[in-house]
Design a protein around this ligand. Structure first.
Ligand SMILES: Cc1ncc(COP(=O)(O)O)c(C=O)c1O
Length: 387
């Protein structure tokens, strides 16, 4: 591992997002296999990762795209994903976006609310509209990535869905559920599906989109048991004639690493801070919801200590990890943040006028390929107007 990251740092500089094609394909094939006996359309949640080169690799093994908005549509098209395999999500769609979807023949549209249905869709014919139901189920994950409780902004209640189905049954093709992300228990998935199936049966709905949310092991968590998931969900899912999924994290996270460098090791009275080139601008998950990522530091120093790994930005919340027990690195050492392939680059930002790092792929044959250039400072400001 260390050698390849050294080589990447030498060839492309740091910070840089690094992806491994073999891991990506392996994870995607696992997702494909879980429901392979069903009429199954697996799609990639582009919110987790929208690099068109990576998307194209996965499109070539049978994946469609779950998108939100024109930007992700553009990335899907760059990857060569046909509109036939695109699902459009979101809880705030506009008329302009509706026209865009219709002009571009986006095949599946998830409708988030009664209000949206009545505002945008009630006059339309022959669309594949899926109602997103909110089953009021605790996904037992972080509150910021939990979406299936009544108090959350997503989806409609079963009563609201029934109201639409009573009135507009012939315009509605399917039901959609997505109860949250990084879920490692089977029971919330099963409970949500059982509840949704009851509604589907009542109205003779034969298409379902089960969303994403499959959890991985970041540090201490257990990974979702896919054999159990398959065994528990298949008896219900096989009653549908189309099953769509929208998986992001499970496929992308373990395939991606953030490779960055130690700028400074700074001691205060209470703490040792390892200041790196990357903070919440490159990987915001620790700052946004206290996510823990495993970090490996490549150093020849053997003295261990407790450190906070922090970024160089002007925020106390600008950290990658806190209270890590590690061999304390020195200035210039490299480190990798693991499981950074999902919600890593796609959530990166330009805080403090910083630019997003490049992305590099380690191909199956071991060769390296730049798949997104670093942003430049000029790009950040070329939309600004002075006169
Ligand atoms: C509607 C929807 N589908 C799919 C996903 C992807 O979830 P995950 O990356 O956990 O698979 C999300 C993300 O939360 C989502 O909001």
């Amino acid at each position: 591992m260390k050698e390849i990251f050294n080589e990447i740092a030498q060839n492309f500089g740091t910070p840089v997002y690094v992806y491994f094609e073999d891991i990506l394909i392996k994870r995607a094939n696992i997702v494909k296999k879980v429901f392979e006996k069903l009429n199954y359309l697996p799609t990639l949640a582009l919110k987790a990762n929208n690099n068109p080169y990576l998307l194209r690799i996965l499109k070539n093994i049978g994946f469609g795209a779950d998108i939100l908005g024109e930007g992700e549509f553009y990335a899907a098209k760059m990857a060569g994903i046909d509109s036939e395999y695109i699902v459009w999500n979101g809880n705030g769609k506009t008329h302009k976006q509706k026209e865009f979807m219709l002009n571009n023949k986006v095949k599946y549209i998830n409708v988030d609310s009664v209000e949206e249905f009545e505002y945008l869709w009630k006059e339309e014919e022959n669309l594949n509209l899926f109602l997103r139901v909110n089953p009021d189920i605790d996904a037992k994950t972080h509150p910021y990535i939990s979406t299936g409780l009544k108090k959350h902004k997503f989806g409609m209640t079963f009563d609201q869905a029934s109201f639409l189905l009573e009135k507009y049954r012939e315009k509605i093709s399917g039901l959609h559920i997505h109860i949250g992300s990084q879920i490692t228990d089977i029971s919330p998935f099963k409970e949500a599906l059982e509840k949704t199936y009851k509604l589907a049966k009542k109205y003779d709905i034969t298409k379902i989109n089960i969303g994403g949310g499959w959890g991985i092991r970041y540090k201490d968590e257990k990974e979702l048991d896919l054999n159990r998931l398959k065994n528990e969900l298949t008896p219900i899912l096989e009653k549908f004639d189309l099953v769509i999924s929208e998986i992001g994290r499970f496929i992308f996270a373990p395939a991606g690493f953030l490779l960055t460098k130690v700028l400074m090791v700074k001691k205060s009275e209470q703490k040792t801070f390892v200041v790196t080139e990357s903070g919440m601008n490159h990987l915001i998950r620790p700052a946004l919801y206290g996510a823990s990522h495993e970090i490996e530091i490549f150093t020849d120093n053997s003295t261990r200590g407790k450190v906070d790994v922090v970024g160089p930005l002007c925020e106390t919340g600008d950290f990658l990890a806190r209270d890590l027990e590690i061999a304390v690195p020195k200035m210039g050492d490299l480190l990798i943040v693991k499981n950074a392939g999902a919600y890593g680059f796609s959530m990166a930002n330009n805080y403090n006028g910083t630019v997003k790092p490049p992305e590099v792929l380690v191909k199956k044959d071991g060769s390296l390929k730049l798949i997104r250039k670093a942003q430049t400072v000029e790009e950040l400001f070329n939309t600004c107007i002075l006169d």
